[in-house]
Ligand binder design. Structure first.
Ligand code: F6P
Length: 344
């Protein structure tokens, strides 16, 4: 067996743990070989690669980032992209690819699979928004970092009697926000799934701070949106891959709080700190399980599937199902578990 492996889209803690597990299981158990392509599909299209073996993967388990590099380049951006991928398959005598990626990258893997290039997907994103799996690796690390930031903001907010707005990642979903807010004891958490009412937010904060010395932490998911007609959103740019660059809603919310109720408010945008650095033990284990399962799936010829976590077991789901829907925050969880701790 010969497989190509690549890491695609935004990086995520645990990518190296997946690579290491794919290599270890393929080489030691299946007697196969792994080729690592650099910077996702760019490496496949431009024949930029390296052989991956157990020795090359020593020491990478706790390292963030990806030893292969990553990019958002997809074969379908080029007229001859799919042909160049097929050339790479022939040149390296590959059985297929293990694609470690998020929604966009898995969508490209599905299209390739339909065009005859065999792929297995591994769900990667700190946003945890892939519906076909209960968890993506990297999410636990992001929540850990974000809830740690809430903890730290509490003490400085208390010292100054301030409102602290913390903007976290998540794209169009609030999984990181709602868990970080809950774990950190935030005063309010705003998520894209539930458009916020700035009037109610300000009323709740004003009540909480009235006549008493109080700190408040408001966690805002980067994709949070105001209820229609209540406030303007920041203008978001789009990058060369058509990917919207979110960010800035935290500042907009903070400005409104200060302007409307006069509470001193500061903003922290956590940004790439959520994505960088060492994965948690939980993510290392989940990533290892995914990598092992992807190698096994390739050995078994189970192409066209994504490995997924369901009821604590790793299963195969068709790629078509994997990219079908974005997983949003369960509103029973938001309303039933998180909301009772919000200021009201
Ligand atoms: O999808 C993961 C993610 O980290 C999002 O939470 C965030 O909006 C985006 O990637 C940022 O991506 P980029 O690396 O293109 O700035």
């Amino acid at each position: 067996m010969r497989v190509g492996v690549l890491t695609s889209g935004g990086d995520c803690p645990g990518l190296n743990a997946v690579i290491r597990a794919v290599v270890r299981k393929t080489e030691r158990v299946h007697g196969g070989a792994v080729i690592g392509f650099h910077d996702a599909w760019r490496g496949v299209l431009e024949d930029d690669w390296e052989p991956l073996d157990i020795a090359r993967c020593r020491g990478i388990l706790p390292r963030g980032g990806t030893i292969l590099g990553t990019s958002r380049v997809q074969p379908y951006q080029f007229d001859d992209g799919v042909d160049r991928v097929r050339d790479a398959v022939d040149r390296h005598r590959l059985d297929g690819f293990i694609v470690i990626g998020g929604n966009g990258s898995l969508g490209a893997a599905l299209d390739l699979q339909r065009d005859g290039v065999r792929c297995i997907g591994v769900p990667k994103t700190i946003d945890n928004d892939i519906d076909a799996t209960e968890l993506c690796f990297g999410f636990d690390t992001a929540v850990h970092v974000a809830s740690g930031a809430v903890d730290r903001l509490h003490t400085t907010a208390e010292a100054h009697d301030r409102v602290m707005v913390l903007e976290v990642m998540g794209r169009d979903t609030g999984h990181i926000a709602v868990r970080a807010g809950l774990a950190g004891g935030a005063t309010l958490t705003l998520i894209p799934e539930v458009p916020f009412d700035i009037d109610k937010i300000c009323e709740a904060l004003a009540r909480r701070h009235a006549g008493a010395s109080f700190a408040s932490i408001v966690v805002v998911a980067e994709g949070a949106v105001p209820a229609e007609g209540t406030m303007d959103l920041p203008e978001y740019e789009t990058d060369q891959f058509g990917h919207q660059r979110l960010g800035g809603i935290g500042q907009v919310v903070a400005n409104e709080i200060e302007r409307r109720i006069g509470l001193e408010t500061r903003v922290t945008t956590l940004g790439y700190i959520q994505r960088g650095g060492t994965p948690t033990a939980f993510d290392r284990i989940l990533a290892t399980r995914y990598g092992v399962a992807a190698a096994d799936a390739a050995a078994a010829g189970a192409w066209g599937n994504m490995v997924a976590l369901r009821a604590d077991r790793i299963v195969h789901v068709p790629l078509a199902e994997a990219v079908d829907r974005v997983k949003t925050v369960d509103l029973d969880f938001y309303d039933g578990v998180a909301r009772p701790f919000f200021a009201s």
